[in-house]
Design a protein around this ligand. Structure first.
Ligand code: PHE
Length: 358
């Protein structure tokens, strides 16, 4: 084999073996660079006579052209291989869901709060809020509970440290102080609900130190107990999504209402589960009554001109009843597994038209 022929074979093999751009570039310099053997052959042509130079020149140039062609082909090959590899690495599975399933869910208390808000809004009740750290006066005195009133003891109050002026605030023990705040701010007539957190020092299967209440109040010229009954019945039917809710008004006592009534719903407890609207048992779900004249007065409303009702219920209890949640404490454990089980799709906003349960 001639020198030229063996050089050709070697160079083509080296180019073919170049595994990446860098190796290919090294091979190119070696094959075609100024100091390469091939260029040496070209330089040597000068020493030949005309005929021999023509023949030898054609041979060497043919090898050079072949090597250049092999180089270009290998370069293109490496490029498309790199592209292939990149595409394979960035492969998209278009059959996957467009977005991962939502990781969060709406807590049952938030869900129930939105449900009751939608239902009462439909009956003309707007939404009010009050502070969770409340003055003694708003939480008790203004609600017709003087400092020595025995009902104060029943509230298991959490007290804040005394303020510089000697006053002592409390964590509100119920949502009823929102009655006073709203009356003072807006006067009568007024119709609102006030959902929110309340606090009592109590902890067992059915009590947590923080829980949720829903306050309701309607004050007008001729608002009566009959209106209260109708509103509560409508509310419970819409909330529990059953038509045969049966209520029992039981005479009771709250300092801030007169007369007062506790309201029970008919239920069935056989089989370890509570079913509303049937059976022979009663379940207490709320306190209510006609607003006491002293409360109206504390709110700056003249009891000779205005009257109305108020009610308060436990939102946690409502959520447990509606969604079959057995232990109250689960609400506040912040356990993701519990939330995934009992939580609601955040995109389903409860409305009366769309269905309150979302
Ligand atoms: N505030 C009462 C409670 O916490 C409930 C209630 C509210 C009763 C309004 C009557 C009227 O138990």
């Amino acid at each position: 084999m001639s020198d030229l022929e063996s050089l050709r074979t070697r160079l083509l093999a080296e180019i073919a073996a170049a595994a990446d751009d860098k190796a290919l570039e090294t091979a190119r310099v070696e094959a075609l660079g100024k100091k390469s053997a091939l260029m040496g052959f070209l330089r040597d042509l000068g020493g030949l006579d005309v005929e021999a130079r023509k023949a030898r020149g054609a041979e060497v140039n043919a090898v050079k052209a072949q090597v250049e062609e092999a180089f270009a082909a290998r370069k293109a090959g490496l490029k498309s291989a790199a592209l292939e590899a990149r595409l394979a690495g960035e492969r998209l599975d278009v059959t996957l869901p467009a977005r991962p399933a939502s990781a969060g869910s709406t807590h049952p208390i938030s869900q129930v709060t939105e449900e009751v808000t939608a239902i009462f809004a439909d009956m003309g009740f707007s939404l009010r809020e009050g502070p969770q750290i409340e003055s003694d006066w708003h939480n008790f005195d203004a609600l017709n509970m003087a400092p020595e009133h025995p009902a104060r003891q029943e509230h298991d109050t959490f007290f804040m440290s005394p303020r510089p002026d000697g006053s002592r605030h409390v964590l509100r023990t119920h949502t009823s102080p929102v009655q006073i705040r709203t009356l003072l701010e807006e006067g009568a007539p007024v119709r609102f609900i006030a959902p929110g957190r309340v606090y009592r020092s109590d902890y067992d299967m059915t009590h947590t130190p923080m829980f949720h209440q829903l306050e309701g109040m309607a004050i007008g010229k001729d608002v009566t107990m009959a209106n209260l009954k109708w509103v509560l019945e409508e509310f419970l039917k819409a909330f529990f999504e059953i038509d045969n809710v049966e209520l029992r008004f039981r005479a009771s006592h709250f300092p801030f209402t007169e007369p007062s009534a506790e309201v029970d719903v008919r239920c069935d407890r056989s089989g370890g589960k509570i079913k509303l609207g049937e059976g022979n048992d009663w379940l207490e779900i709320l306190g209510s009554g006609m607003v006491h004249p002293n409360v109206l007065r504390a709110g700056g409303v003249d009891p000779d001109q205005w009257q109305g009702f108020a009610f308060g219920m436990g939102l946690d209890r409502l959520a447990m009843l509606k969604y079959g949640i057995a232990d109250l404490r689960g609400f506040f454990d912040a356990d993701l597994r519990w939330l995934r089980h009992y939580g609601f799709n955040p995109l389903n906003v409860p409305t009366l038209r769309g269905g309150v349960s979302g």
